[in-house]
Ligand binder design. Structure first.
Ligand SMILES: [Zn+2]
Length: 257
C-alpha cells in the first residue's frame, strides 16, 4: 500500500471509530437519563479535519442513534454528507464552540435534570461538598445571561467565550455544555457532573445546610484526581467508556453499525 493510500485508509478508520464512539455517547446519555425528548446535541470533530464535525440528524431518539447515521457539517454551516435535517440550535451552539475552541473536539450540550436544576437557582454553583464535586474544582464556568433559544451564531460565540478555558459551562435557566478533546473524557465529565449535581440537589432537599469541604482539602483532592487519572497505565475515562461500550455491546450492539 503506498503512503497516500495508507493515509486515506487510516483517516477513514479514525472517522469510523469516531462515529462509533459518538453513537455510544448518545446511547449512554439516553441510558443514564441525560436526554430530553429528541432535543440537544452531542457533536465531534471529524478526525484529521479542523473545519467539520459529526452531528446526528434531528428527529432520532438518542437511544436509536447509530454510527452510520451521522451527518458531516462544515464550519460554513453546509451539510457535507448525510441525510439531514440539521436542527438550528445545533449549528448556532455547537458550530461556534467547535470553531472557537481548539480543545473542543467533542461538545456535549444537555438539559440533564440535576445539573439543569442547579442552573435554575439564584446561586447555581456546584458546591465543594461531596467528593465527586471536587473533581470539578476550577473546571466550571457559569453563564448568568440567558437570552432565549439559540437562533443565531452570536449566541454560540458568546457561549464559547463564556466557557473560556474551562471544560464545563453551567447555563442559567437552560442546561450545561461540556467540552473535551475526546469522547471518553467528555462523557465522563458529563456523567460525573450530573452525579455530583444530583448529590447536591438531594442534600439540599433535606432542608439542612451543606457542609463544605475545607478549601485546602479541596485543592489537595483535586490534585489527587489529576494524579490518579491513570490506572495500570490506562486513562480512567478510557476505561470507563470501554466498560460502558461493553455494556452496550451486550444489550444494543447496533449502535456501532
Ligand atoms: Zn439547550
Amino acid at each position: 500500500m503506498n503512503a497516500s493510500l495508507k493515509s486515506v485508509q487510516s483517516t477513514t478508520d479514525a472517522e469510523r471509530q469516531a462515529r462509533i464512539d459518538l453513537a455510544a455517547c448518545y446511547r449512554l446519555a439516553a441510558h443514564f437519563g441525560l436526554n430530553e425528548g429528541i432535543d440537544n446535541h452531542l457533536t465531534l470533530m471529524v478526525p484529521g479535519h479542523a473545519d467539520r464535525f459529526l452531528l446526528a440528524p434531528f428527529g432520532l431518539h438518542w437511544s436509536e442513534v447509530k454510527a452510520s447515521d451521522f451527518m458531516v457539517i462544515g464550519f460554513d454551516g453546509k451539510l457535507l454528507s448525510g441525510p439531514g435535517p440539521v436542527e438550528d440550535t445545533a449549528l448556532h451552539i455547537h458550530l461556534p464552540v467547535h470553531r472557537l475552541g481548539p480543545r473542543a473536539r467533542c461538545v456535549l450540550h444537555t438539559h440533564m435534570p440535576y445539573a439543569t436544576a442547579l442552573c435554575m437557582l439564584e446561586n447555581p454553583r456546584l458546591e465543594m461538598a461531596v467528593q465527586s464535586a471536587l473533581a470539578f474544582h476550577d473546571e466550571i464556568a457559569y453563564d448568568p445571561d440567558y437570552t432565549g433559544l439559540a437562533f443565531d451564531d452570536g449566541e454560540g460565540e458568546r457561549l464559547a467565550r463564556a466557557i473560556g478555558t474551562k471544560s464545563v459551562l453551567m447555563m442559567a435557566h437552560h442546561g450545561v455544555l461540556v467540552v473535551a478533546e475526546t469522547v471518553p473524557v467528555a462523557f465522563s465529565r458529563l456523567y460525573f457532573l450530573e452525579r455530583a449535581c444530583q448529590a447536591q440537589v438531594l442534600a439540599l432537599s433535606t432542608g439542612r445546610s451543606l457542609r463544605l469541604v475545607p478549601e485546602a482539602v479541596v485543592r489537595t483532592t483535586a490534585a489527587q484526581f489529576t494524579a490518579g487519572s491513570k490506572v495500570g497505565g490506562r486513562d480512567r475515562d478510557d476505561l470507563l467508556f470501554a466498560a460502558l461500550k461493553r455494556m452496550l455491546d451486550r444489550s444494543q450492539a447496533d449502535y456501532a453499525s
